[in-house]
Design a protein around this ligand. Sequence first.
Ligand SMILES: [Ca+2]
Ligand SMILES: [Ca+2]
Length: 389
Amino acid sequence: MTERYMKVIYLIVAIVHISYQQQEDIKPEVIGTCGGRYTGSRSGSFSSPGFPFTNYNTTANCTYEVEAPPGYLIAFQSTYMNVEPVVLGVCFDFVAVYKTGNLNDEPEKFCGSSSIPLDSTTGNRLIVIFQSDLTFNYPGFVVTWGWVDPSILPPVLECNFDGAIPLCSGWTQFSYDLFDWSLDRARQAASVTGIQEDHTTGTIIGRYAYITSEGRNLGDNAILLSPTAYVNDGEYCFNVWYRSTGDGYLYIIKVNSDGSAEYIFSSSTATNQDWRVARVPIPQTATPVQIAVEGISGSNSTLAIDDMQLSKGPCQAITTSTVTPRVSVTPRATTTQPTTTTEILTTREITTEEAVIESTTLHPAVQHVLNTLHSMFVMIVEWVRQKDY
Ligand SMILES: [Ca+2]
Ligand SMILES: [Ca+2]
């Protein structure tokens, strides 16, 4: 038997195996209906007509509506998806998801076997519309949902942007900066950032946070602020993966409980095709701290971040077979002078030249942001403190 012949046999076996698996796939125990309104229970599922016993019918047009009390959000995802596959970019049968609960907004459409990833509504209402055309009926879909009260979620010190709610509990878009980080799935963000996959999952479904210089002025800043963290029981380490092009900046700032801000990491070197990790030691302190991740727009720049984490213990080096240069970071002027040495590491081989972070010569616009930023932190920390009393 030739190698080529073997390959054909192997392919046939593989295809038969895959078809068998598809026939035998386990369907959730949900009885399908054409539409429905769900208001009374905290969680549930709905499914296409005929499910799980028969394929859905032709010309179905079914509206499913979930409503939670005001202030709640609705987390949802598909737990089964087998609808007529996309042909030449068109979903002839489809599941349309209206995250805003408003039929005037553009829905996200799903068909074939591409599942609806874990997501959440923007308000207390979810609308899903299922439509089939005149031909080719398939088993259908199941969507599972649950109410979320964002006000009672405990703050977390790590964030990969991949939960139902992209910005993790306790993290905030700082109010006194000039714009916000965008939080999108890679498949949406890629058209502006060119970054096709997130760091967490390495897929187009995964989310990351990003800024670009498009429509921004040089030096415009966007800040994500962590929840209050207690680092009084030893040294901690803050990690963030980042990827950048052009002339923007990434800064990591430790905000102390007295309102002072220390710039503890800076990067102005484009990583281009690499996700790189910044690992920044957070020394033990008696009073709580917050970590701010600040992106500054250049004249033509993109900056993405993913997998932020504040964890107990000293910063670990990544074990690689390649050189992992240590780089001293010169903090920006006008701030408290930390004596932190930050390790910039990459998982693939890099030259020392690539990894060197230059002490930054700042554009006047950037300098202006810096000069005002410290007082902004004092303001916000004071505000948070007053709110606590
Ligand atoms: Ca069809
Ligand atoms: Ca992610």
